[in-house]
Design a protein around this ligand. Structure first.
Ligand code: HEC
Ligand code: HEC
Length: 441
């Protein structure tokens, strides 16, 4: 054997041992990486605040006397799915708020009779928000529901036509009278034209202006009541427990039947850790619905050629002048109860800010953000990581400097928040055939 050969024979076992050690080290590293460190007490308290089990009981809505009336909810459900409520007879609320998409539509910006300016949000859980719409230009669900009915880009109808539709439908008319008392008699065509409303086409607008103030008021009252029954239905749409909540329950009560480690994998745990820690998401996405219901500018750009969206700054002005706001004559609330208005006087507003959306309906709200600017959650994560400069106002979120792997973990965690509706009541998810289309004319 050559000299060289004998040296090789001597170091072979050494190489073997070093190799084994190296392998063991790799296994150890992999093992420690794949075993996330346990949650601290402080982290556990945070997790508890996000658990859906901590969603408080929905407060009564004093501005809507029928908000919690079951007959009103069933009436509202029928209206929600009824395409007759639109100018062309083809568009219902459910055209854009589709039950199978968590009551959203999957489009960047909604399309019906025309093109909406913004993305359709899910309405699940929206009863908890003191503000509605991305810019919070409505302060109640019932008042919000009135806008799409007359918006030429959405349902494009008018309050005169709608009031007539209600009085000519036996189920609607009967339920209306039970809830709100007699409907005006619309047969007098000298007082009540075929179509009239203040928000729509010039011809209908003119017909509205020709009516007496008293008759305008009567119609607006009927119109507001339609909003109130729609809201009674919408108040029942609540997010159900997600895998995330099961995980939190298991972490908090370790004696649970399903151990926590079977509910979340290590990547999801790291994603959650980033969410409540380093990534700073909790600053705005907090509480059981993962929203602080406040308005923030997070540097989303408009699509090319679009005017930047002023968001809340403009929303506040619209709300103050809205006859259907909490202080207006159609609200059942006493003006001193209008807490939102007190808030509006004190809260400061960043130009271009939008309401923080809940993160519980992400399975239906893609494309994301107020104009549907971002198609995937991966893009949303990259957006937050870069935190670009805002076109108007300033981006309140700071660049994160996270790795691709960490962004992936955040995304995996977000997916664990999505869940079907909390209700076992199937009736909420589809039109009720027994109440639709009872026209007696
Ligand atoms: C053409 C599609 C379309 C139709 C029809 C439509 N919506 Fe919407 N909805 C939207 C869009 C888009 C927004 C967000 C607009 C904005 O913020 O400016 C929205 C917002 C909402 C919100 C606010 C949710 C939140 O969290 O802020 C509620 C509630 C709602 N709609 C209920 C209804 C009801 C009730 C009807 C029927 C009377 C209806 N919508 C009809 C597209 C539609
Ligand atoms: C400064 C407050 C703030 C912070 C911090 C923040 N968000 Fe947001 N988030 C918002 C607002 C406001 C929107 C809506 C923005 C818009 O459309 O203009 C939003 C939208 C989203 C959406 C889209 C939801 C939808 O249905 O369209 C997701 C997902 C999201 N945020 C996740 C996160 C994650 C994950 C983090 C942490 C990395 C985070 N956010 C940090 C306020 C914030």
């Amino acid at each position: 054997m050559s000299r060289f050969g004998s040296i090789a024979a001597q170091i072979k076992p050494i190489i073997f041992v070093v190799g084994i050690c190296f392998l063991l080290l790799l296994i150890l590293l992999w093992w420690s990486e794949s075993r996330p460190r346990p949650w601290t007490q402080a982290e556990k308290s945070i997790l508890k605040t996000l658990n859906i089990a901590n969603l408080p009981v929905l407060k009564p809505d004093p501005s809507n006397a029928v908000a919690d009336n079951l007959h009103a909810a069933k009436f509202g459900q029928s209206l929600f799915f009824d395409t007759r409520l639109s100018g062309n007879g083809k568009v219902a609320c459910a055209t854009c708020h589709q039950p199978q998409r968590r009551f959203s539509d999957g489009l960047s910006k909604a399309v019906a009779l025309g093109q909406s300016q913004r993305n359709t949000p899910s309405i699940v859980g929206s009863a908890y928000s003191p503000w509605l719409y991305w810019d919070g230009r409505k302060d109640s669900q019932w008042s919000q529901a009135l806008s799409p009915l007359e918006d030429p880009a959405e349902q494009g109808s008018n309050r005169m036509y709608l009031a007539r539709l209600i009085s000519n439908d036996s189920f609607y008319a009967k339920t209306y009278v039970e809830l709100f008392g007699e409907l005006p008699d619309f047969n007098d065509t000298s007082r009540f034209p075929e179509n009239a409303g203040p928000m729509s086409y010039p011809l209908w607008n003119q017909a509205w202006l020709n009516m007496t103030a008293a008759d305008q008021y009567l119609l607006s009252q009927v119109f507001a009541n339609l909003g109130k029954v729609l809201a009674a239905y919408e108040r029942k749409l609540m997010p159900g427990p997600a895998r995330f909540d099961e995980y939190v329950n298991a972490v908090l009560h370790e004696d649970d039947t399903v151990p926590a480690k079977e509910l979340f994998n290590s990547q999801e745990i790291e994603g959650l850790r980033l969410f409540i820690g380093e990534a700073g998401c909790l600053q705005c996405h907090n509480g059981p619905l993962l929203s602080n219901n406040e308005f923030h500018n997070t540097g989303l750009l408009p699509f090319p050629g679009e005017v930047p969206d002023q968001g809340r700054s403009k929303g506040v002005e619209i709300l103050k002048n809205d006859p259907f706001n909490c202080l207006g004559p159609f609200s059942d609330e006493m003006s001193h109860q209008c807490q939102e208005f007190t808030y509006m006087r004190t809260g400061s507003v960043v130009l271009g800010s939008m309401r923080t959306p809940s993160l519980r309906n992400l399975g239906g709200t893609a494309p994301y953000m107020h104009k549907g600017q971002l198609s995937t959650l991966a893009q949303v994560m990259e957006h937050y990581n870069a935190a670009p400069l805002a076109l108007i106002g300033h981006n309140e979120a700071k660049p994160l400097g996270l790795s691709k792997k960490q962004l992936g973990q955040l995304e995996l965690f977000l997916n664990t928040l999505d869940a079907p509706l909390s209700t076992a009541d199937e009736w909420l998810l589809k039109p009720d055939s027994s109440t639709l289309g009872n026209v007696t004319e």
